[in-house]
Design a protein around this ligand. Sequence first.
Ligand SMILES: Nc1ncnc2c1ncn2[C@@H]1O[C@H](COP(=O)(O)OP(=O)(O)O)[C@@H](O)[C@H]1O
Ligand SMILES: [Mg+2]
Length: 585
Amino acid sequence: MNDEHRYRSLRRLVLACMILVPAVPFIAALVIGYSHFTSALETGTIASMKRIVADHRHMLETFLDERRADLELIAASYTFEELAWPRSIQEVFRDLQTGSNAFVDLGVFNEAGVHMAYFGPYQLTGKVYREAAWFQEVMKRGWYVSDIFLGYRNVPHFVIAVVGEDESGRWVLRATVDSNLFNDLVKKVRIGRTGEAYIVNRNGLFQTERRSGGELMRSDPGMAEHVRRHPGIRTFIDKDPQGVEHLYATTWLEEKDWMLVVRQEKADAFKALRTTVYLVVLILLAGGTGIVLTAFVLTSRIVRRMERMDVEKDRLGEQLIRATRLAELGEMSAGFAHEINNPLQIIKSEQALIDTILDELRERGDLPASPDLEELRDSMEQISLQIERCSKITQAILKFGRESEPVTKDIDLLSFIPEVASMVEKKASVHGITLEEELEPNLPRIHGDPAQLQQVLLNLFNNAVDAVIARHGALGGIILVGARSRGDGQVAVTVQDNGCGISPDDLDKVFSPFFTTKPVGKGTGLGLSVCYGIVNSMGGTMEVDSEPGKGTTFTIILPAMSAPAGKAGTTVRDDGQGCEALSAA
Ligand SMILES: Nc1ncnc2c1ncn2[C@@H]1O[C@H](COP(=O)(O)OP(=O)(O)O)[C@@H](O)[C@H]1O
Ligand SMILES: [Mg+2]
């Protein structure tokens, strides 16, 4: 329960780190990139808007200047007398039209504001303009460009007037500008889908039509607060009465109180921004999902591995305790054997004494021969035999527990292997296992510690017995121990069984200390690792070959001595004796 809680908080911690560590720079990069992009886009859009409005103003001012220059040229070239004739004004108008068809009519006024001559689509001759604001203005300033107005003709138009002067006095030449042409000139600006240009006068009345709606001479309520003279170009963002946000660039014409407005819907102007927002959201979603998924997968892997390592650690701890306990047990049994040995020796000598006394009595004829006497003799023999056996057991225990330096000797495997085999024969036969030997004659001797080699072989036999029982139970097991010369100066000893085999996954691990597949209390996982160490110290190697469900072969390869085994060599048999007693016990 406690562990579970620990793993859960560990999992939470790892998960949080794995998500936050990459997510923070990821989001920061996106936010910084996005804000840089938007400010660059805004600056770029506003700059291009300013450029457009400046170019356009220049173009319109040039247009008005040229028209004024046209009229001034006429006023300078002709006298009032010459122009006041209807025919001549018609000719002058025709000449004017060849240069530019921006005008729709032309008229001449005397100093009193009376329309003296007129050429154009209306009938205006004779009308008096003395009180008209435009007339007073032109007489004062010498030239005049009007706002759009209705006038006598009752259609919106605007006029340009200039003053002429000759010996007859001052007079006025006035022409009406084709408002459609001027309108088109102003309107022709196109930016994006909703970009448009128009002109408003000082009072905020449209002087040209607005494409998105705005009739001539009407006012734009949304613009009221922005119509005030300002130098240069002004840009701002504002909502129109419909609530649509627009990006505006405004500028005033130099010589006329007209404000040129260029505007575009904000959404249209910053269209690229919307695409970027989609892209950023998409990246955020995809990247975020990627980070979170990876974090989840990695976290559960890491935590699972840690859990497994903890379990392994606990198991190793338990095995260490068990191994220590076994060592203590070994020490105790050695002491025990030592204690038993002394009384055993006394019993033995007492028994020998009884035997001698009995013999003497019989020789002296004090004990007549009888069946009882024979029985007594048999008993004595039996006692002697059992004492002998007990003493062998205690010797073996003492030898087993003794911490001794390795004693190396020449070992003749031809006799050594059968001795060790005989130690497990009984155990094998109890489980219905057939023990076979396949020893090559004339096998070279090897050099090593017989006690250690014996331990190696016993470990292999015991493992084989366990594997065979695991597969066959008490019937059908075969263990084959073999020895042969490999011809390269080495001898191979094999222990082969038809047991359960080892899975390929486990095959690499069998020599690792504490690796065991056996239930707790049965295996220590130390057997093979100890064998490996021993064989290594003898200058040899150990190999394993196994097929799950078929069987396993362990091979020990040891360096051979040059002389083949023969009668001259010492055969080591002493260890076998003791252990045989042990295994029999
Ligand atoms: N002859 C064999 N057949 C099948 N498995 C074996 C054999 N010998 C060893 N093993 C496997 O190797 C493991 C390690 O063996 P060992 O080091 O002797 O430790 P232990 O016998 O205490 O488990 C065993 O648990 C078993 O899984
Ligand atoms: Mg073992």
